[in-house]
Design a protein around this ligand. Structure first.
Ligand code: CMP
Length: 142
């Protein structure tokens, strides 16, 4: 099934100048980038994005980190895009991520883990809409 998912290249990756390599990694996969922009979230915007994690011990830290510098937000599209992107990212903790995955290659901690991806169709819908209007997403098939 063709799906959309939301991908974020996080401030650690932008800071260590590997965002180009992450984009290249996506371009070499079977997923298409159908929207992309660089943003800098305020703390309140990061809190809104990660609202499902409110109350967890890492909530303040991750929202501070996500608003500490620029991010690249993207919509990825393709067959089973949600699971496919999660597979490409690897596990949340880079130390546990499979070799060859993005987090294993460039991640430095469970927080500074390079990328984010939606975890289910409902969250993908919320997350894509959080950053993009319909007009900003390339539609149709190539
Ligand atoms: P992400 O997939 O963006 O979703 C929530 C983020 O919180 C996660 O990646 C990590 O960057 C961050 N985080 C920090 N500590 C933890 C933790 N113990 N468990 C899960 N996520 C964490």
């Amino acid at each position: 099934m063709t799906q959309q998912t939301l991908a974020i290249i996080k401030p650690d990756a932008v800071g260590k100048k590997c965002m180009g390599e992450v984009v290249r990694f996506i371009e070499q996969s079977d997923l298409r980038i159908t929207a992309m922009k660089m943003i800098r979230m305020t703390k309140a915007e990061a809190e809104g994005f990660y609202a499902v994690h409110r109350g967890k011990h890492f909530f303040d830290s991750v929202t501070t980190f996500m608003s500490s510098g620029p991010c690249v937000v993207m919509v990825l599209e393709g067959a089973e895009a949600i699971a496919r992107w999660r597979e490409m990212m690897g596990l949340t903790d880079p130390g546990k991520a499979a070799p060859g995955t993005i987090r294993a290659k460039w991640g430095s901690s469970i927080e500074k883990n390079v990328v984010h991806g939606s975890d289910a169709p409902e969250t993908a819908l919320f997350e894509v809409r959080y950053f993009f209007s319909e007009m900003e997403i390339i539609g149709g098939k190539e």
